[in-house]
Each structure stands twice: as structure tokens, then as C-alpha cells.
Ligand binder design. Structure first.
Ligand code: AMP
Ligand code: FE
Ligand code: FE
Ligand code: ZN
Length: 286
């Protein structure tokens, strides 16, 4: 059972990296990718848990990017697998994004503080040391302050991109990020390309352009996709010569997504490993 998209408390998941590995073992997942938002800070701890959890680890990251399309900017989450984390371009882009995410969260907290009992310290208290800061941490602070009952409610109301409290953050251009992942020896796969509840999604023309830039795959199977979305993304992947993945996007207790609820074919993982510069870390030898 192969699940190629999960989050730990190095970003907006609630489990530690080791906790993700342990939860994967408990769920019967045999290969898991740790893909925290804009950081590889959880890799070492997850890697150290491979021998005792008997779960294989794909080291990855989910890069926040923006596609500049004829209809305007669209947020695109780009998964990168098995890349060199020290590659300068990718490394500096992720650093710039993480830094601006802190400033952005501060500005959002300031705006929220005008109407709700919330301080920046409350947000920091919800964020693991060194983690990529995101709206989920603002949501957790709002829950702790008794403003909303759970993350979902915060996302549906004050944290929604249409809300007056929303502030965008820096994100690299999607095609540039695809090229940076390739330059770093990684395999770039578009996460949840049809997840429309979060905001606008890219058109098939944009996906075709990204394929030209070197995009390797589409995450067709994801809980934010309808069955027709999943079928269409499979067809599009076939038309464009892209790999198809499926994953849970597990965030621990932070989201309803269950480990292994969507899975990736072993042949696709083998192809990803062939193309990636790093090895899959296995508790067994092939
Ligand atoms: P940000 O990247 O800081 O704008 O926040 C977006 C993140 O919030 C995404 O990575 C999602 O994992 C998370 N998210 C979006 N909607 C929800 C929700 N309803 N409940 C929990 N997390 C959510
Ligand atoms: Fe997330
Ligand atoms: Fe995502
Ligand atoms: Zn994700």
C-alpha cells in the first residue's frame, strides 16, 4: 500500500514525522512519502523511524507555487519527490516562501485581532518550532480561543481567500518550480489538480504547458476530487504522457484524510524512483 502525500508537524500536520511513520504502519501503509509544505525539516526524523516501523520512506515536499495564467494567478501545490534538498535554487525558493509565510501569518493575525480575541503569541503556541506556518495554525489558534469549533469552520469563514482577513504569501511560479525540482534531481507531480473548494484550479491548457516544462505526473486520486475529476485526470495524464498517483494528503488530526485512503501503483513508484536522485529508504532490501 503506497501513499505518496502526507504532512507532519514540520508543516500543518499534527503528528511528528516519527508519528506519521507509526500511523502509516498502523494503517497498513508499506511506503509513505512525507511531503510537508515548503520544508524538508521532517526528513531525518522520519528516516530514523524506517527500521523500527518497517515502513519505507519517500522523501518529498509539497511546494506552494502560483501559476500565471491568462485568467490570472492560480495557487498550485507541486509535489517533489527524491530531490537533493541542498540544490541552491529550490532551497532558496523554499526558504523565501517559508519566511514570507511568517510575515503573512502575522499580517493575518493582526487583521483577525481587530475583530477576535487572538494574538500572534497564540498562533506561535499552535506552531511546532521551525515549522512552515500556514492558515491551519491560525485556525488552531482560533479554535483554542473559542472563536470557532474546528479548523473546517475557520477555513469556511474567516480564513477563506474571500475573507477580509486573508493575505497571500510569496510563491514561486509553477513552471519555474517544476524546472527547479528537475534541476535538483527530483520528480515533480501536481497535487490535487482539481481541488476546487480551495480556490480556482488551473485549466488543462496550463497542465499541458507544465508538462512541456517537465511536469512528471498528476495526483488523480485524492479526496478533493469527484469521480469524474479522477477519470478525467487519468485520461489527461495518458494524453500528455504523465504518471498518475493517488494519495491521502494525511494531516493527522488536522484533517479528515485517512492514511492509505488513496494509493499509488507500485510501477509508478518504481518510475519515480528511477527518475529521482535519492533512493526510497527501505526497511528491507529489494
Ligand atoms: P496556506 O498554505 O497557509 O494558505 O494554507 C492552506 C493549507 O490549509 C492547505 O495545505 C490545507 O492542508 C489546509 N486546509 C485547507 N482547508 C482546510 C480545512 N478545511 N481543514 C484543515 N486544513 C485545511
Ligand atoms: Fe496542508
Ligand atoms: Fe496541497
Ligand atoms: Zn498536502
Amino acid at each position: 500500500m503506497i501513499d505518496l502525500h502526507t504532512h507532519s508537524c514540520a508543516s500543518d500536520g499534527t503528528d511528528t514525522p516519527r508519528g506519521v511513520m507509526e500511523a502509516a504502519a498502523a494503517a497498513g501503509v508499506t511506503v509513505v512519502a512525507l511531503t510537508d509544505h515548503d520544508t524538508t525539516a521532517g526528513w531525518d526524523e522520519a528516516a530514523a523511524a524506517v527500521p523500527d516501523t518497517h515502513v519505507a520512506l519517500v522523501r518529498g515536499v509539497e511546494i506552494s507555487t502560483r501559476a500565471h495564467t491568462p485568467a490570472g494567478g492560480v495557487s498550485v501545490h507541486l509535489l517533489a519527490y527524491l530531490h537533493d534538498p541542498q540544490h541552491p535554487t529550490l532551497r532558496s525558493e523554499l526558504e523565501r516562501t517559508r519566511d514570507d509565510r511568517v510575515q503573512r501569518a502575522r499580517r493575518m493575525a493582526e487583521r483577525l485581532a481587530e475583530d477576535f480575541p487572538l494574538t500572534w503569541d497564540d498562533v506561535v503556541a499552535q506552531t511546532h518550532d521551525g515549522a512552515t506556518v500556514g492558515r491551519p495554525h491560525l485556525a488552531d489558534a482560533l479554535v483554542a480561543a473559542g472563536v470557532v469549533a474546528h479548523r473546517d469552520e475557520a477555513f469556511a469563514t474567516m480564513l477563506h481567500p474571500g475573507a477580509p482577513y486573508y493575505v497571500p504569501h510569496y510563491a514561486p511560479d509553477t513552471a519555474d518550480a517544476v524546472r527547479a525540482v528537475l534541476a535538483a534531481g527530483g520528480v515533480p507531480v501536481m497535487a490535487h489538480p482539481r481541488a476546487g473548494t480551495r480556490g480556482r484550479v488551473v485549466t488543462e491548457d496550463t497542465i499541458a504547458e507544465l508538462a512541456q516544462a517537465g511536469l512528471a505526473g498528476l495526483e488523480a486520486d485524492h479526496r478533493d476530487h469527484t469521480d469524474p475529476d479522477r477519470a478525467r485526470m487519468r485520461d489527461l495524464a495518458r494524453e500528455l504522457g504523465l504518471l498518475v498517483t493517488g494519495s491521502s494528503d494525511y494531516h493527522g488530526a488536522g484533517k479528515h484524510n485517512r492514511l492509505g485512503e488513496h494509493r499509488t501503483d507500485p510501477a509508478v513508484l518504481a518510475e519515480i524512483e528511477d527518475r529521482g536522485t535519492l533512493e526510497v529508504l527501505r526497511p528491507w532490501t529489494r
